[in-house]
Every structure is written in C-alpha cells, then in structure tokens.
Design a protein around this ligand. Structure first.
Ligand code: GAL
Length: 657
C-alpha cells in the first residue's frame, strides 16, 4: 500500500503514456539490432522490454555469466533513445538448474510432476528455487541497476500462466502446513474453523493435513479456500523476495509485474499493493475465444475486435491495484497462436486498443512483439513485423496511434462515478462451490460491469479495502465474504448501493452465517435469505421484458419488492438507497436497475449503441466503436470532435472535448 510519506503520485493522471515493444535480442543476429532499435524509435516507440526469458543465455552454466551480449543489447537500445524495461528471467529456469533440483517443478492437480521444455516450470513454495531466483534477479539487477536507460523492472513473467499458482508438490504441502499452523495455532482450532467433525475429517496435528486434491469426492470447501489463500500468499511472498533482490541494486526504479486477463488464482490487489505499477497483457481476441463468459453469437460478432468490455474491464481492474498506476505490457498486434481459433484484428483495432488504454489512464502500451519468431512455440504469433523483417499490418497502426497521442496531449483526471467491488477471495469461494454450473463471482462482476458500461458510465473496479469516498454509485455484484470493516465503510457513504445475490453468504471460514445470509450485510440491508436455488439454462423466471437466470433466492425482508417476476418471485428489493438483487438479472434487468440507481446517484446514463463504448478523462470523452459497422455517437455525448467524427467507422475512435 502507499504510505503517507510515499513520494509516488496517488494517481496517474499526469503521467505521459509511453508506447513500447517486447523485444528478444537473443533471438536475432546482432547485426540486426542497430536497425531494429532505430526503427523502433522512428515508429514512435520510447520503451522496449527485454530479458524476461533469457536465463540460458545469461548464465549458460552454473555460476558462469555471459553478460557481453546483453551489455551490447542494452547499449544499442539505449543509444537509440529507448527506455528499457528489464525483465528478470525467473519464469524460464534452465535445464541445468532443473536437473540440479528436480523437485523445484510443480505438480499438477493429478499429482503429476511437470517436466522441463516450456516455461513456468517451478513451484512457488520451493525454497531452493526461490533462492536461485533471487540470485539471478540480483545478478541482473547488480549488472544493470545503475544504468540510466533502465526505466523499469519486470519481475518474472505472468505469474499463474499455464495454471501454475496451485501446485500439489511436497514443497507446497509443507508450506501449507506451516501456513495453517501460523493461522490457527492448534489443530483443534483448525478442526473447529473448517467443521472437520463432518465426515470424520478431524486431524490431530498440522502434519496430518494433506492437500485438498485427489480426495474420493470433494474435499472440505474450507480446506480449499485456505489452500487457495496459502497459494496466493506464496505468489505475493515470492514476488516480494524478487523485488527486494532488484531493489538492492535499483533502489528507485519502478518495478512492475505483467499480470493476465481473467486470471484470479492469486490476489492481484495484494500483488499490486507491493508493485510500483501493475501492468497486464491484453489479448482481446484470444480472451474472447477462450473464455466461457461469451455466447457463440458474441464470439462471432466480435471475433476480429474482441468483446468491447474485455480490455476495459481489465484496465479498470488493474488501475485499482497499484494506487492508480498501471499499463499494458503486452498488447496483441495481430493474430495470436494460442486460442482455439486465431483471426486477425479488424484494421484499426490495434490503434483503437492503444487509444482506449490511454482513455482509461495507462502510462504504457507495449506491443508483443517486435518481430514474429520463425522458430519454436510461438512461430504462428504475429508481431509488428513478419519473420523476414517486413512490416506486418500492426506497424502502421502503431504509427497512427503515436500520432494521435501526440495530438491529444496530456491525459488529465478521470471522473469518480461508479465503484464496482470485486474481491479475489470471493471468486475462490464461487470457484470452490459454484452451486450451479458456470456461476462465478468474476463472471457476475463482468456482467454488471458490461451493463454499467453499456450505459456510458465510467467505472472503477476496486478491491474490498479500497476507499469508497466520492463515488456516485457502488455496485457489489457478488461478494460472498464481507468484512465488518467494509460494511462500516459502506455505512459511511451516501450514494445508491446495489448488492448482488450471494453477497454476505459465507463467513471467513466458509460457513453459512449464523443469522443466515446476507450475514454482515444485514446491517445495511436487513433481510434473511431463507433458501437459494441454482437454475439450469432455460429455467428462467420472466418479468416485464426481462428474466432472471442461473440463481434465485427466497428472501424475508421488510424492504419493498421493486422488480417482481410474473410468477410472484422477487428479483430486486429496495430500501432507501439500498437495492438487493435476490436473483441474477439478465442484461435487460441489470440495465434497468443500474440505470435507476445511477440516476439517483446524480449520473446521466446514455444508452450506448451495441459495441460502442465511452470513457471520460481530462474533460474529454473517448468513444470507441467495436462494432463491425458505421455507427453514430449518441446525442448524450457532446463536445467538439478532437479526433474522428460523430459518424464512427468500424474500429473507429473519436475524442470529444
Ligand atoms: C503472454 C506471454 C508472452 C507470450 C504471449 C503470446 O501470455 O507473457 O510471453 O507468450 O502471451 O500471446
């Protein structure tokens, strides 16, 4: 967290946005580096990220470092005026290291040891590997920490990628036992907290606790929740050690880590609190194809643009992780290689994604990668250049974005309108016990986010510990565990609050609250949830032009029933500024509920055309058109067009001020 005397800015409003690129000098003959660096600068790029997978070249044999090539790469890039983001190579430990400590590799949920030959082949709980990772991070930092061209450090690469947070290794089991001992103090306390009397699961000491996988049927959900908490803490602790190794030689340079999209296995709010800025890797087309949140129709309609809320949701989520400082470390520049299907972006989308990141307050957009590699796993992944060095379609779009950014100038402050509370622990609860196929706190958060954004609202996705001062509307889509402290903060606000089903439905020990859900939230919204049902697709309760799907509750409360299904079941309750949804609203009902609450909160919702979105910053409105056709900007968004026009082409961007 930022400390009171922390010199870092509380918001990124006046940070310029840099464009950059991911570059792998070790993949190319040295005689190409000078021309590459000059071409980067000429394209309008001012940042270049290097180094994050280069361990086998930096230390080809134990203790024998080969700095020569990296020294020359750093000088070449620096001579071209580029600021370097240096990655530490701990996501790709070399073969000699794996052979020296084979148990450093994680085990999958089936208990199988993973093998060498790709990346992220390590377990966060393995002390021996953590020491080696500290050693190589410190070695790189010692070598380059004082170099004036190094403007940022990146720890490792994409924690959690390839399903690597939850490890079922012996090191993880031992670490989990120690973590439990520190948390509970005695086996009796653990047994009581988890309810281990059920099915005779009681243990006599912490050494009897196993990992929750491979059980005959499901393990105790409280056991899973603590294992997820432990695994998340292991990532945070590991990252802290890597940051300390860097800081020892680069005391004041920004340190980031590049997180991913729709990955929730560790608490990104906790990670971001340690980092100077959170960066993330934005692959809108791959995410649309891979994630189950989207219908087949949406996957087809947005195949070449990405769903209009994917990038923005993550921008608004990660902006809340490091006190407002964030960026995009990897931006999709063309087709990727890793989704089920990999179409090319519609012409204009690379520029659109870039300007949209600026609209949401990014201080960096860096494209992945400079040149497509003709060899190895990612040879089918586009870059800004083809393998032969000729320019790919993304290159011109980067130039266009750079020119737009120069014309737009400073960013300026973003308005505080809607706070949407999302908590990683809540997602772990619903992942452990979905109760209905496909139900998840993340999915509900995303659904409510898109409903609010389709109303033209500006949203901050915030953690449960964030300040709620100054917002006009607070949305709590699905927060199963609600702390007393959060309820107290919510009581201190005056704006409308909309609470979704399942919020307050569990204690911190993963049990049903004594006085029934919504538990602690009952202080804000007095009610008892008498029973809950999950609903298979097609089993909906219809109302006036809307329906509730997936989940419905029977609630006892003195509040007014605001939206009632035709069969008499209540979908939304209202009491003063509080609304409680006792079912999952579809898009129509979510739109109505959020629009009413937003108007009561002093906002002016605008019904955005399908695929068109807006974000305000510095008194300007940035409008993006993800639709594949020409559309007009709605009248509710005014001002003189600084970029683009009111009729927007597919993949168009217009800025009004
Ligand atoms: C990211 C990763 C990169 C590269 C890229 C391909 O997840 O950080 O190293 O693999 O995906 O899209």
């Amino acid at each position: 967290m930022m400390k009171a005397n922390d010199p870092r800015p509380a918001s990124n409003s006046n940070q310029p946005m840099h464009l950059g690129v991911c570059y792998y000098p070790e993949h190319w003959p040295e005689d190409r580096w000078v021309a590459d660096a000059a071409a980067m600068a000429a394209m309008g790029l001012s940042r270049v990220r290097i180094g994050e997978f280069a361990w086998s070249r930096i230390e080809p044999e134990p203790g024998r470092y080969d700095w020569g090539w990296l020294d020359r790469a750093v000088e070449t890039l620096s001579d071209a005026g580029l600021g370097i983001i240096m990655g530490t190579p701990t996501a790709t430990p070399p073969k000699w290291l794996v052979d020296a400590m084979p148990d450093m590799i994680g085990r999958d949920r089936q208990g199988r040891l993973r093998t060498f030959g790709s990346r992220r082949h390590y377990c966060f709980s393995h002390e021996g590997y953590a020491r080696e990772a500290e050693r190589i991070s410190a070695a790189v930092a010692e070598r380059y920490g004082a170099h004036p061209a190094i403007v940022m450090w990146q720890t490792d690469n994409e924690y959690g990628c390839h399903d690597t947070v939850l490890s079922y290794s012996e090191a993880a089991r031992d670490g989990f036992r120690r973590w439990l001992a520190a948390k509970y103090g005695s086996a009796a306390a653990l047994n009581a907290a988890w309810g281990n009397v059920f099915w005779s699961m009681e243990v006599r000491d912490f050494g009897e606790v196993e990992l929750p996988h491979l059980t005959t049927t499901e393990a105790n959900p409280a056991h899973w929740l603590d294992f997820r908490r432990y695994s998340s803490d292991a990532v945070i602790a590991w990252n802290r050690r890597m940051m300390a190794a860097i800081r020892a030689h680069a005391a004041t340079t920004d340190i980031t880590h590049n997180v991913m999209g729709f990955v929730t296995e560790f608490d990104h709010h906790a990670l971001g609190a340690d980092l100077d800025l959170t960066t993330w890797d934005s692959y809108p087309l791959g995410f649309l194809e891979q994630f189950p949140f989207f219908s087949e129709e949406e996957k087809r309609a947005y195949a070449r643009q990405g769903h209009p809320d994917i990038a923005a949701f993550h921008h608004d989520l990660y902006r809340g992780c490091s006190a407002g400082r964030w960026g995009v470390m990897e931006q999709q520049p063309g087709p990727v290689n890793w989704a089920r299907y990999n179409p090319a972006p519609l012409p204009g989308m690379v520029r659109l994604w870039t300007l949209e990141a600026f609209a949401h307050g990014a201080e960096l957009v860096s494209y992945f990668r400079w040149r497509q590699a003709p060899f190895a796993q990612e040879q089918m992944h586009a870059g800004l250049h083809r393998p032969d060095g000729s320019e790919a379609p993304g290159a011109n779009e980067v130039r266009a974005a750079a020119a737009d950014l120069a014309a737009i100038g400073d960013g300026g402050n973003a308005p505080k309108s809607v706070a949407l509370i999302f908590d990683y622990e809540g997602e772990w609860v619903t992942a452990t016990q979905p109760h209905g196929a496909g139900l998840s706190a993340l999915r509900t958060a995303f659904d409510w986010y898109r409903a609010a954004r389709a109303l033209g609202l500006d949203i901050d996705v915030v953690g449960p510990d964030a300040s709620l001062d100054g917002y006009g509307l607070i949305l709590i889509p699905c927060l199963p565990i609600v702390s007393e402290a959060l309820v107290t903060r919510l009581e201190g606000t005056a704006c409308p609050i909309v609470i979704g089903p399942r919020s307050g439905s569990k204690t911190a020990d993963f049990a049903i609250p004594e006085a029934l859900p919504p538990g602690t939230l009952g202080r804000l919204f007095p009610a008892r949830v008498l029973h809950v049902e999950s609903l298979r697709p097609g089993l909906a309760h219809a109302g006036d032009g809307w329906a509730v799907t997936g989940w419905i509750e029977t609630v006892e409360t003195g509040a007014e029933a605001e939206h009632i299904c035709a069969d008499g079941r209540v979908a939304v309750w209202r009491q003063g500024r509080m609304r409680y949804c006792s079912a999952l609203p579809d898009a129509v009902l979510a739109d109505r509920v959020i629009a009413s609450a937003a108007i009561e909160g002093g906002m002016h919702p605008v019904a955005m055309p399908e695929g068109m979105r807006v974000r305000r910053r510095g008194g300007r409105s940035f409008v993006v058109n993800y639709a594949p056709e020409v559309q007009a900007v709605p009248a509710g968004i005014g001002g003189e067009a600084l970029v683009g026009a009111r009729m927007m082409p597919a993949a168009g961007v217009s800025v009004f001020g």
